[in-house]
Design a protein around this ligand. Sequence first.
Ligand code: HEM
Length: 236
Amino acid sequence: MSNLLTASIGRKLLMSVSGLFLILFLLVHLTLNSFLLLDSCMGFEEGQLFNAGVHFMGTNPLIKVIEPLLALGFVVHIVYSLILTLQNMKARGSQSYASGKKTTGVEFASLNMFPLGIAIFAFLVIHIINFYMKMKGFIHWEGGEVEFPFFGAMAKGENAYALVNETFQNLSIVLIYIVGSVALAFHLAHGFWSAFQTIGWNNTIWMPRLKVISNVVAIILGGGFTVIALGQYLFF
Ligand code: HEM
């Protein structure tokens, strides 16, 4: 166990597993957020489906267990990325300039995983302040409760839709979301397949497939969050 936390391969393994766990969270998060654009098309009043989804996530006991795990996933991923980056910088030292190796052909994303991670972290701080802190009552917000259909009955809960909709009327915030989502897409285009490679799924048949899946996941997540923020700004 101590080897897992300290040996270089153990640290990479923890980064990969936590990264894949965070991708899973993001896929669920995107699905819920897509209700922001879809509810009117699905016969609901504007915001009803999203509010029901947020209510479900906020009251589901399983989600209450997963939330601290999610926070732990972020902490592990960020702490180990710092350790590994410092370790790599130290190992390379002055040789990085002396090697003379050309880096052409190496993907932009694979060379910039750490700066991309910092951009995503900065985005996440703004995002948590904008939404999570207000929803959980850490920052004052004039919300108010609304009614929405919930498993065949009517339920009451916070008007999360109003918060998101109001936030995305500000173009500067929408631009921050677009930059954050693009950084996320590049980070995942390399991070997804690289995580599988670290956990040992690196045979010649699956590696090319995983690289394609990586790009698909990156486009779905990065593109999806961009479309939602921009769609809310332009059409709602
Ligand atoms: C259009 C884009 C997005 C929208 C509309 C959105 C919306 C929200 C909302 C409303 C919450 C608060 C939920 C609650 O407290 O009940 C939240 C929380 C959160 N979001 Fe996002 N989000 C977006 C993109 C992202 C992205 C790109 C990331 C990660 C890179 C992210 C990570 C998180 C995390 C970690 C939380 C706190 C945990 C949680 O409440 O589930 N979100 N988001």
